[in-house]
Design a protein around this ligand. Structure first.
Ligand code: FES
Ligand code: FES
Length: 188
């Protein structure tokens, strides 16, 4: 009977060691420059996991349905499972590992803790990256699907903007509470 061979996880390899200075064959992840993977079929999500051992970004569906893999590219959110790493050459990527500054949590991270906005936590890194991008969308006055409705509430707008991030534990009300706390602190 044949047996399945367990794949071995690799830490940073020669091709993924931090490099000094910008390069057309590199991308920046959380402020550190890395060479692109040799295999052009490598998704950003697999690159983070298999080459850089950055496991904070989660793999849920692996085909763009759940938002667990949300990261920021130049401040905008994307699903890391839907983009090849080589497409991001020269770009600045922020993962959940880069959201806090030194030992200080991002206000949204603190709000998620305060509002108990998670249960198992599997979706949480994606939820937080998404909500960080949501702040920028509001600051840039980027419309959502409800922006042109009559009498929509801030909660409806937040829910709509966060609709790409699923939570199997159903922590949605607390997630919206947490985001609303932070947005309410900011001048709009
Ligand atoms: Fe990427 Fe689900 S793992 S959207
Ligand atoms: Fe469990 Fe969201 S907290 S999936």
């Amino acid at each position: 009977m044949s047996t399945l061979k367990r794949p071995t996880l690799k830490g940073p390899t020669a091709s993924s060691q931090p490099k000094d200075g910008p390069s057309p064959t590199c991308m920046s992840i959380n402020g550190v420059s890395y060479a692109l993977p040799n295999d052009p079929r490598t998704t950003l999500l697999d690159f983070l996991h298999q080459n850089l051992a950055l496991f904070g970004t989660k793999k849920g569906c692996d085909h763009g349905q759940c938002g667990a893999c949300t990261v920021l590219v130049e401040g905008e959110r994307i699903n890391a499972c839907l983009v090849f790493a080589f497409q991001l050459r020269g770009k600045a990527i922020t993962t959940i590992e880069g959201i806090a500054k030194n030992d200080e949590l991002h206000p949204l991270q603190s709000a998620f803790v305060k509002r108990d906005a998670f249960q198992c936590g599997y979706c949480t890194s994606g939820q937080i990256c998404s909500s960080v991008a949501l702040q920028k969308e509001l600051a840039d006055k980027t419309p959502s699907a409800v922006t042109f409705s009559e009498n929509y509430s801030a909660r409806e707008d937040i829910s709509e903007r966060m609709s790409g991030n699923l939570c199997r534990c159903g922590a949605y009300p607390n997630i919206v509470d947490a985001i609303e706390d932070v947005i309410a602190l900011e001048p709009q």
